[in-house]
Each structure stands twice: as structure tokens, then as C-alpha cells.
Design a protein around this ligand. Sequence first.
Ligand code: TXA
Ligand code: MG
Length: 329
Amino acid sequence: MATIIKPTAGNIQLAKEHLSNSILVAVPTETVYGLAANALDVEAVLQIFKIKGRPLIDPLIVHVSSLEQAKLYCHMNPQAIALAQKYWPGPLTMVLPKKDNIPGVVTANLDSVAIRCPGNRVFRNLLESLPFPLAAPSANPFGYISPTKAIHVSESLGDKIDLILDDDDSEIGIESTIIDLRNGHQPAILRPGPLTQKAIEAEFNLKLTTPQQVVESKSAPSPGLLKSHYSPSKPLDIVKLTEIEAMITKDTLKESAFILNKRPVKLSQSVQNIFWLSESGEMEEIAKNLYALLRNVDKMDYKRIIVETIKAESVGIALMDRLTRASER
Ligand code: TXA
Ligand code: MG
């Protein structure tokens, strides 16, 4: 069973030793917890796929401690450098032409690599102490909800890994924004995330190709665009608040769990099958709590999960993207 360790200097050293010896370590990031291995070590990277039950055709993100380190593993263009300077360290992953030193198993033999310089201080300390970058997908079984707490990792992968480096709750709570920047003049959003399309477009005065357009053009197949993903084990539906109220009234047997954006004022607080993602509807708070609440509710005895529609603005776009995938069946 995995040991959950606090991020003391000694424990970061322990994580470093594990990673240097081809042993995986679950690590905190500001987005979600990751399952990390030396990205240059083929055997260790293969373990990631095995432990997650992830198909080898789904490439991994390579995490680095700086823009300088990123340049060792991919070919940067001026637009990528500008984005890195603006948003790294942070929840931005860029897909760029890879260099030969990144093994094919990391990138599913694509000639591109997804690269990110994370913001979480503990993860950065670890990366800075290592002479190699870390490949790390979200630390969940393939297809399930991403972890935002060390205990989530322990619950679903604890019997398969040794160490989980614990840095409390992931600050953001949803996976990084992925942008395909292979063509710096026509960047495309592959996965919406905390860093919004609108923010990037405003910053650089350019239009990004949307995930929808990417799918239609079939130009950049990314398994991140898989329809069914991020799913709880119970069926999940997304419903508008006005309709949820009627559903709650009808659900006399309390078979459904209802997850609202904010604490309800109208509903009786004693209704046990009603949950909320934030006190007052603040989007960052909703993002931070979504996965943890979905995991909790999924463990309870409800037959289905009904989530209130989240407003498709700022990080809400990414949240609706994940919920929509979770609702596919
Ligand atoms: O926030 C995050 O990005 C977290 C933390 C741990 O960093 N990581 C994460 O990794 O969400 P993962 O493996 O769960 O999702 C990475 C996505 C996958 O959907 C994969 O298909 C896509 O990135 N991806 C990786 N390399 C790619 C490439 N070369 N081209 C296109 N998509 C790629
Ligand atoms: Mg994932």
C-alpha cells in the first residue's frame, strides 16, 4: 500500500531517489495530482501505462522545471516562447515538435511532445532536483475522475504504487489547458482548461482553432479529446437548475444525487441528496471542488448523479467539457 508523505526536504529527497531508480511517485500539481516517472526511462514510463490501464496510444505530458529545460526536449517557436514566458510556471501544456531524446513510448510515437512547466512549489522543488524531466498523467485509473487530493490517489492506485507526495488540495482542481503550437501561426486548443482561450487570444491578438474545429479537420488527433472520459461509475447527467428543482421534488425515493453550483437558498437544507460545489457560485471554487465532490458522491448509494449546468465562461468552459465527457455512455 502506498505511503502518503508530507513534502519535507527529506521526503522530496526520498521521492527523488525513487524516481532516479525507475520507481514511480505520485506528485501534487496545481491542476490535479500526477503519476510521475523519469520521462527518459522507457521501463519506468511503461509502468505508468500499466498502472493506469492506459492505452499506449495515449501520449503523456512531459513536465520540466523551466523554459530552458523545455528547450532540451522540443523545438520551440517564437509564439511558444512567448506563451511560456507569459504563463509558465502554470496550467499551460504546449504540444510542440519533439526532439529525439524523448522516447517514443512517451509520445505514442507521435513526432510531437506535450510539455508543461508546473506551478506547484513542491513539484517544482522535485523537478529542480532532478537531472531529467518527468512524464506524468493524472494519477487516476484510465477514464476515471482525476485526483485533487493525495487520498484520491491512494484510494484508486494505492495498491499499485509506493509513494504519494502530499501537498493538500490541488489549487486549481482541473487539468491544464493544452494548446497545439506546432504551427506557431495557427495555434489550436486541444483541451480547454484553467487558462482560457479568451485570455490567450487577447494576450496575443490571434484566434485559436477550437477543439471542435480540430476534431472536424482531424488534423491533430488527441486522445484527450476522447468522448467518454473523466467519468464516475454512476451515470451522470447535466441539467439546468430550473429543471433540477422539479426533479428533486419528484425523486421521493432519493435515488439521485444532485450537485448544484452553489448553496441553495430556496431548498430545505435537510435534503440529504443535495450537494453544492461552492458557497456563492464563484467559478474558481467550483473548479477546485468538482472532482472531489464527484468522487465522494460516486461512493455513496445513489443510482445516478445529476449535476447542474455550469456557466460556460472562464474555467466553466473546461468544467462543462469534462462534465460532458463524463456524461457520455
Ligand atoms: O494538468 C495536467 O495536465 C495534468 C497534470 C498531472 O500535469 N496532467 C494530465 O495528463 O492531465 P493526462 O495524461 O491525464 O492528459 C494529457 C493529455 C492526454 O489527453 C493526451 O492525449 C494529450 O495530453 N497529449 C499528450 N501528448 C500529446 C501530443 N503529443 N499531441 C496531442 N495530445 C497530446
Ligand atoms: Mg488524465
